[in-house]
Design a protein. Sequence first.
Length: 181
Amino acid sequence: MKRFIIAAILFLLFLTLVLPAVSQAGQQHMGSAVLPDTRLYYSADDVYGIAETLGETGRSYYVRQRITFDLVWPMVYAWFFYTAIMLLFQNIQPKSISNTLRWFPIFAFIFDYLENGLASLVMLTYPEKLDTLARWLPFTTLLKWCFVGLSAISLVSGLLILFIRYSRNREKEKWAKENQE
């Protein structure tokens, strides 16, 4: 529970303070370009188009963000989802459910890091084209978003299960109390 509370506080701090500041700074340095890591899917040509639109200064800033902020943010959200899922599903049988669900945020974290690494390499070397990396980049983004989505669905499902169990227990207690009288 202690780990979850720390993870939740960090997650909320990032959502309310860090992400808005990073977004605002990004707009100042990169304009309103739609970046690869914010899309669900795109092509290698789209990546090169973004690289061209950003220009040298924007690409440099983009890479700096990937090796600073984007080293920490995936850890924060993955840790939050992981601890939340483990807490919510700790008493759910069979244990294989929580053992499976806990992998979703870990895979999101891994694919986010792969995405950041590939995107940074493509942006650093542009206008030279690394076609193989640029073709793999959209798949890492898609997989990242799939596992982030599965993590969020697991979290909501766990909360729903917790609510249903709580409601049932309240009904049982109410029924037992009424039948004692």
